[in-house]
Structure formats: C-alpha cells, structure tokens
Design a protein around this ligand. Structure first.
Ligand SMILES: *Cc1c(COP(=O)(O)O)cnc(C)c1O
Length: 462
C-alpha cells in the first residue's frame, strides 16, 4: 500500500462503476491537486486530465474566475432552500442560461445531476399530457444504446445492456428505435451505410405512427450517444427527429448532459441542426466541472400547462434538497462569464481541427476500427479485425490496457469497453492536444506490440 489515503479508500470506499475486487488488488492513483488541464498526484506527478474529470471540466482546474466566484458567494451564504425562497445566484443564472439556450427554452428547473435532470424531464412530460387531457400519452421512445443516467427512471429509457439488464424487472417499459450510428448499424448492408440514417428514421416514423397516442415523449442524446462509446449520428438525423416528433405530437427531450456547454463546438449540440427541443437536460459541464448542478429547461407552453389554483393540483411535485444551490449557481454564472470573456467557442474551432488532423494518423492502425469525433469529443474503437468488425475477446481488456499504459506516459483517460475515450477540457491548447495524442500513440504502440508479439515500428505493417 502506497499511502494513507489509498489504505483508507480500500478499507472504506465503494467506487462508482467499479469492480472493487480488481480495484483493491491493484495500485491506485491518489490525486492531491490540479492546475489548468493537469491533475497532480500525491507524489507530485502531473497527468493530463484527458476525460475532463469524467466530462465535467471545461475551463481547466483552479480557473481564477471560477475560484473567485465561489469564494465570493461563500462569504454570503453557501446554501438556502428554493422551496419558498429566492436566492440571488439561482435567479441570475436562469436569466443568463436562457440567453444562450436554443430559442424558445425559457423556463429553468434546477436539480443536482444529470440523472435528476432527466427524471425531471420524464415526469414533467408525463404530467404535461395529464394536464392536457391526453391521459393515455404515458410512454417514451428512446434510442438503442442510449444512456440517460443511473436512477430507475433514467435506466428505464436506457439501452446499454451491460449496465441495465440486471435491473430490468424494476423498470417501466419504453419503446426503442435503432440508433443511427452507421458503423454499428446492422439494418443496412455494408455498401449502403449512407442510408442508415434514413432507415432509422423510417423505423422511428413507423413507431410514432402506430403508437403516438400512448407516447408522451422521445428522449435522445443529440449528435452523439456518449456513454455508448461516442456513437455519432449522421447529419440531418436530429432535425428529422424534431420534425417527426412534432408531426406526431410527441415531446422531444434533448439530453445534453454530455454534449452541452461547448463540447461539440457549439454551445449546445441542438444548435448544429437549428433544433429547439421541448425540453433540454443539462448537467456535467454546467459549472465548469466545479460543483454538482443540473437544469431541465423547457418552453412557455409546457410551463403554462402546470399553472392553476392550488386545489387544481397542477403543481409539479418534484424537488431536491440542494436544488438551485447558490455556490453551484455562482460557479455556473462564472463559467458563462469565461465563455464570453475568453471567446471560448471561437478559440475552440482551430483546436478541434488540430485534434481532427492529429487523429488521422491512427486511422491506418491495424487494431483501430473506427475513430469518431464530434467537436472535442472522441471515441477510438479498437477491433481485432476491422474489415470483419470482429471485436477483441472481452477478457483481453484492450481498452483498459491502453488507458493503463497512457497513465505511465502522463495521460489520464477512461475506456468504455474497447472504445478509448478522449475528451479534454475546452481550455486545452493546440500544444496540449498534440502532446496528449503523442502520449496516446505511445500507449497504442505498446499495447498493440504486446498482442502481435512483434516490435512496433510502422503502424501499417501489422
Ligand atoms: C452522464 C450522463 C447522464 C447522467 O448524469 P449524472 O450526473 O452522472 O447523473 C445523463 N445523460 C447523459 C447523456 C450523460 O452523459
């Protein structure tokens, strides 16, 4: 055992999404502090934060604007309730957020994490139709491979078998439509992959046509299904989904917990296709990665349907203890300040290009099946045989092996199965991106050399 914290951790803690047996058997890293886009361990060793502390950090760690905003708020009050009281940062942030949201989303409901934001959206959509007198509209459409959180409601619209199958008896049933990720689309033959979006839309329309009277809403991760392994959608798909859901009177919930706040190159993924959903769910990046906070934002139309006298019982009976926490809202305001003051989105565009060009090199690698990129979001899928799309046997733990190697070179990343995920903070510079890709390249070379038993020189030579 390395140190006191590792000892305490292994004695007392149970980590999320973690097989604790393997965790306790292996040496683990203890992070003590961070600066900018780097994490620093108890030995003083620095690592790039290659997954933005699980997709939350935007402007780097210890950003002076965010640090100062939280300290200033702490000198006033850390927390007061929003049940019956107003707090200043919560009001201020709601206004600031509406200014940058897709047009038409004007009402902000706070909660504390991505899962609760989605729970709120599902319950709000359900209750909306009850108020509208269309009481049979109770079910939801979700995409295959969807991930919307880990609570019972969000798992009920989830489609990742590995995480979700054990809980099946606890869940409500949803309707699933195929996910339009061309690489993984099994609906059309290989030489007609460009049709995959169209075929998926036809299937969606068939479900809407037959079931719209029982459908409250459709939930989608716009542009990229993140936890599925960064599965990207064909251009135009989201817009077509918006048109179809409108046509069949089904609410569209855009879950931008992962894609929101600049990750895709625009403030929100929906903006790439000029889409305004009926609800948007936000969390991860909302406070720049500083504090837990979430928002479910919706339209005037939905908000209005809940208005009435107390005894009409149209109230939305949902809320959490820390809803609208002032420290978190202060951080969220400061994050929007940084977006404006540092021209974050504008400066991001050339960096996205540097990333795209840097990734080109990996395309020729024998064991890299597909590289998916959406703005700053990257998924690199490892394959035993990319022509046949044969995966590695799971017990090889290829994705995990690459991430373990990357650590030795000073890069912290996490895999999802055999998809290696890279999602640097927006603040990473072009130089950072180039360095990180070099570290990743070394990790690939080491791991690939191990499996071929040959020394690695030319990536195309395997
Ligand atoms: C991470 C994530 C969630 C869940 O957010 P938590 O804060 O982990 O509860 C929901 N939806 C999407 C798209 C996510 O990526």
């Amino acid at each position: 055992m390395n140190n006191r914290w590792e000892e305490l951790d292994k004695q007392y803690l149970w980590h999320p999404f973690t097989q604790m047996q393997g965790w306790c058997e292996n040496e683990q890293l203890v992070i003590e502090r961070a600066q900018g886009v780097k994490l620093i361990d108890v030995q003083g060793k620095e690592y790039y934060d290659g997954v933005s502390s699980l997709w939350v950090n935007l402007h780097g760690h210890r950003h002076p604007t965010l640090d100062a905003a939280i300290k200033a708020q702490l000198d006033k009050v850390a927390h007061t309730t929003m049940l019956g009281l107003i707090n200043q940062p919560a009001s201020e942030y709601a206004k600031r957020l509406v200014e940058v949201l897709p047009k038409g989303l004007t009402k902000v409901f706070y909660s504390d994490d991505g899962s609760t934001a989605v729970e709120v959206a599902l319950k709000m959509a359900f209750q909306y139709w009850q108020h509208k007198g269309q009481t049979s509209k109770q079910k939801f459409i979700a995409l295959a491979n969807a991930y919307h959180g880990d609570t019972i409601g969000t798992v009920s619209v989830g489609g990742i078998d590995l995480f979700h199958r054990v809980f099946k008896p606890m869940l409500f049933t949803s309707k699933y439509v195929p996910s339009p990720s061309c690489y993984h689309c099994h609906l059309v033959p290989e030489n007609e992959k460009s049709q995959c979006g169209q075929v998926c839309l036809q299937q969606l329309e068939a479900v809407l046509k037959e079931h719209h009277q029982e459908l409250a809403g459709m939930i989608i991760e716009p542009l990229v299904q993140a936890a599925a392994g960064m599965l990207t959608q064909p251009k135009g798909y989201l817009k077509a989904v918006r048109e179809l859901t409108k046509k069949y009177n089904v609410l569209l919930i855009a879950d931008e917990v992962a894609t929101g706040f600049g990750r895709t190159g625009k403030m929100f993924a929906c903006m790439h296709e000029d889409v305004t959903p009926d609800m948007i769910t936000l969390s991860k990046g909302i406070t720049g990665g500083y504090m837990p906070l979430a928002v479910t934002a919706t339209t005037e139309e939905i908000y209005q349907a809940f208005l009435g006298a107390p005894t009409e019982y149209k109230t939305f009976y949902h809320g959490h203890s820390y809803t609208g926490n002032p420290l978190a809202c202060a951080a969220a305001i400061a994050s929007l300040d940084v977006f404006a003051e540092e021209n974050v989105l504008e400066n991001l565009q050339p960096k996205i290009e540097v990333l795209r060009q840097g990734l080109e090199k990996f395309k020729s690698y024998r064991f890299i099946g597909e590289i998916r990129q959406c703005g700053t979001i990257v998924g690199i899928e490892l394959m035993l045989d990319k022509a046949q799309k044969t995966p590695f046997p799971p017990e090889k733990l290829m994705g995990g092996g690459v991430c373990q190697k990357a650590r030795e070179y000073g890069l912290i990343i996490r895999n999802i199965g055999d998809v290696v995920i890279l999602m640097l903070p927006l603040a990473a510079t072009s130089e950072d991106i180039v360095k990180v890709l070099e570290m990743l390249d070394k990790a690939f070379q080491d791991v690939f050399a191990d499996i071929t038993g040959e020394n690695y020189s030319d990536p195309c030579a395997f």
